[in-house]
Design a protein around this ligand. Structure first.
Ligand code: HEM
Length: 420
C-alpha cells in the first residue's frame, strides 16, 4: 500500500505515529527539528497537517492570531474528510468552549471564567487535594504494589475537578466512568466516547439548572454568577465551559503525575535529591522540578488544532489557507537552540520557559490547579512510599496512542509504605 505520508518522507526520517514512536518520540522530533522543522504529514486519522517542531517557531505559532482555533476554518471541514477536535463535542452541542473559539468571543468567555476560576480559589482548595491524595494512597499502601495510573493518577484529578465544580460526591463515580471511557478510547473508536460525552452533557445541564436554583460556593455557581459589563454566560456556554474544564484538566493531570513519576524513577540521582530536599522541608526543588517534568516529558505532546485563516509562512514554510497546524510542544521543549542539554532531566533548571502549558491567549487556564495537584501528588508519593520502584521492565510499559496527549497506560510499582 502506498501511504500518502511516504511521498513526503525522507529516507532517513524516523517513522511517526508507530508504536515505537509512541514509546520514545524524541529522536524523531530531533530529526524533524533539524531537517524538516515545519513538516507536512498525513496523520493516522487521514487528515493532512503541518507539524511545527522548533521552539522559536512553536512559540510564535501559538500566539499567531492568523491561526484560528475554530474548525470552520479547516479546508477539509467543508467536505467532511477526517475528524478534528474532541470526540462527541459536536453532537453533544459542546463546541463553544475556549479551545474552539477566537477573539472576541474567546476574550469574553475567558474573562468570565477567570472571575470564577481564580488562583485564590485554587489555593483554598489545597487541603482538599492533600486529603484526596492521602486517601488514594491509603487505598493501596498496605498492599506494597499498585498501578499508579489506575489507582492514583487517574482518579485524583477527576475527584478534584468534580469537587471544585460542585458535583456531589455520590455522582462523582459516574464522572470517573465517563472519563475512563474518554481516556481509554481517546485514540480509538469514537462511538463510545461520544456516548459518554453526551451523558456528561445531560448531567451538566441538570447540575447547572440545580445550581441556578440553589447556588453554592462551587465553581459552577461561580460560572453562573460571573458577569462582565452586565453579561453572563448562557446555560449552553456554562455547560461547554464545565466540560472543557473537565476535559482539559483531567487527562493532562493524569499524565503529569504518570510521566513525572516515571521520569523520576528513571533518574534516581534526581529523585534522591528531591527526596532529600523535601525531607529537609525545602520545597523549592519541587517547584522547579514540576516545571522541568513538564518540559522533559509533558502531558500535552501536540497543542490542540489550529487552522490557517489565510496563506502564511512559519519558519520559512508556506502554509495554505485552511491547512491545519499542530504545534509539537514535546519537540519545542527539547530544542537545543533554547534549552541547554535538553535531553537531560535537571529538576533545578531555572532557565525554563517551556511550552508545556502553551503560550499566548490560550495559555492553560488551569495551570495553578495542575501545579497544585502535581506538587501534592509527587511530594506525597515520595514521602509516603520512599523506596518506590517500577515492578516491571521499562520495555514492558505501553503508551497511549492518542495524538494530542502523551501518557502511560499503566505504571506498575512496588514499595514499602510509611505511615501517613
Ligand atoms: C499538567 C496539567 C496540564 C497541562 C500540561 C495543560 C496544558 C495545556 C495546554 C498546552 C493548553 C493550550 C492548548 C493550546 O493552545 O492548543 C491548555 C489550555 C487549557 N487548559 Fe490546561 N493543562 C493542564 C491542566 C489543566 C487543568 C487542571 C485545567 C482545568 C481544570 C486546565 C484547563 C485548561 C483550559 C480551560 C484551557 C483552554 C484555555 C483557552 O483556550 O483559553 N488545564 N492546557
Amino acid at each position: 500500500m502506498h501511504h500518502k505520508n511516504d511521498d513526503n518522507r525522507h529516507p532517513d526520517q524516523p517513522p511517526l505515529f508507530t508504536w515505537e514512536f509512541a514509546g520514545d518520540p524524541y529522536p524523531a522530533y530531533a530529526w524533524l527539528r533539524e531537517h524538516a522543522p515545519v513538516h507536512r504529514t498525513t496523520l493516522p486519522s487521514g487528515v493532512d497537517a503541518w507539524l511545527v517542531t522548533r521552539y522559536a517557531d512553536a512559540r510564535q505559532a501559538l500566539a499567531d492570531q492568523r491561526l484560528s482555533k475554530n474548525p470552520v476554518h479547516h479546508s477539509e471541514a467543508a467536505h467532511g474528510k477526517g475528524k478534528v477536535g474532541i470526540p462527541g463535542e459536536r453532537s453533544a452541542n459542546l463546541m463553544t468552549h475556549l479551545l474552539n473559539i477566537d477573539p472576541p468571543d474567546h476574550t469574553r468567555l475567558r474573562r468570565l471564567v477567570s472571575k470564577a476560576f481564580t488562583p485564590r480559589r485554587v489555593a483554598e482548595f489545597a487541603p482538599r487535594v492533600q486529603e484526596l491524595t492521602d486517601h488514594l494512597i491509603d487505598g493501596f499502601a498496605a498492599r506494597g504494589t499498585a498501578d499508579l495510573i489506575h489507582e492514583f493518577a487517574f482518579p485524583l484529578p477527576i475527584y478534584a475537578i468534580c469537587d471544585m465544580l460542585g458535583v456531589p460526591p455520590e455522582d462523582q463515580d459516574d464522572f470517573r466512568d465517563w472519563a475512563g471511557m474518554m481516556i481509554r478510547h481517546g485514540g480509538g473508536p469514537r462511538g463510545g466516547v461520544a456516548r459518554s460525552v453526551k451523558r456528561m452533557r445531560t448531567y451538566l445541564a441538570e447540575l447547572i439548572h440545580r445550581k441556578r436554583e440553589e447556588p453554592g460556593e462551587d465553581l459552577i455557581s461561580g460560572l453562573i454568577r460571573a458577569s462582565d459589563h452586565g453579561e453572563h454566560l448562557t446555560e449552553n456556554e456554562a455547560a461547554a465551559m464545565a466540560f472543557i474544564l473537565l476535559f482539559a484538566g483531567f487527562e493532562t493531570t493524569v499524565n503529569l503525575i504518570g510521566n513525572g513519576t516515571y521520569a523520576l524513577l528513571r533518574n534516581p540521582g534526581q529523585r534522591e535529591r528531591l527526596q532529600r530536599a523535601l525531607a529537609e522541608g525545602d520545597e523549592s526543588l519541587l517547584a522547579t522540578g514540576i516545571e522541568e517534568l513538564l518540559r522533559y516529558d509533558g502531558p500535552v505532546e501536540l497543542a490542540t488544532w489550529r487552522f490557517a485563516t489565510r496563506e502564511l509562512t512559519i519558519g520559512g514554510q508556506r502554509i495554505a489557507e485552511g491547512d491545519p497546524v499542530l504545534v509539537v510542544l514535546a519537540a519545542a521543549d527539547r530544542d537545543p537552540e533554547r534549552f541547554a542539554d535538553p535531553d537531560i532531566l535537571d529538576l533545578a533548571r531555572t532557565d525554563n520557559q517551556h511550552l508545556g502549558y502553551g503560550h499566548g491567549i490560550h495559555y492553560c487556564l488551569g495551570a495553578p490547579l495542575a501545579r497544585l495537584e502535581g506538587r501534592t501528588a509527587l511530594a506525597t508519593l515520595l514521602r509516603r512510599l520512599p523506596d518506590l520502584r517500577l515492578s516491571v521492565d521499562p520495555a514492558e510499559l505501553r503508551w497511549r496512542g492518542g495524538l494530542i496527549m502523551r501518557g502511560l497506560r499503566t505504571l506498575p510499582v512496588e514499595f514499602t509504605a510509611r505511615p501517613r
